[in-house]
Write a protein that binds this ligand. Sequence first.
Ligand code: MN
Ligand code: MN
Length: 270
Amino acid sequence: MDFGQLKPGYVAVLGLPLDENSSFLRGPAQAPAKIREVLHSGSSEYVSEDGPYLRDHPRWRDLGDLSLGTGEAAMNTITEAADAVLRRGAKLLSLGGDHSVTFPVLRGFAKHHPGLTLLHLDAHPDLYHDFEGNFYSHASPFARILEEGLVTRLVQVGIRTMNPHQREQARRFGVEVIEMKDWHGQLPELSGPLYISLDLDSLDPAFAPGVSHHEPGGFSVREVLQILAQVKAPVVGADIVELNPARDVVGVTAAVAAKFYKELLAKMLS
Ligand code: MN
Ligand code: MN
């Protein structure tokens, strides 16, 4: 992987084809390729709604997919890659993979961005201490991130599956949870540097059926775009996770992911 081409102000895109930590279904390892396929298919424009023109943008670098082993080795490879990107002063947009990738990515961010704020969009709080014995489970990344102090603030939106254990975890870690039932369209004030973790199941399955865990009652595509538009803090990193192409319907969820790719990229280039 050619990290040497990166310079300050660049945005590196990295595919993280890992789904072994999914508790219910495999499939998200196929997501980075599907997102790129839609992005470059000619069916869409290389534009964001409110940002720079993206086609051939000189500071946009897609580095391709990381080659990942399994278990702790895969986690370490992800952390080292994130560190390699940030060491060059670039920003990182990661394409999952299941949500377990966010923990090793943020491990790579921690020493470069102390005091990081994390905005997390998800149907699920992903705060399990472990899930069926797996500490790397996609149901647990935010427990690991908070235990290691990798961020100073975690704000969650879209949540609609809060159970007693995770409510206790949220209290213990001081997570600011805005549950979907309480959502009125306004993010709290966020200061930078900011990292955005976007689980596609934060959307209603009507808009994004290609995810492993269908949880009705979520955001529309437009609501997520409005959330991103509200973010004024500098975004130093982001991920788009949990696209499961095996469950997608005529590629519509991959197209939604590609749309968010462009919006996040534009925000990070601005
Ligand atoms: Mn998640
Ligand atoms: Mn989720």
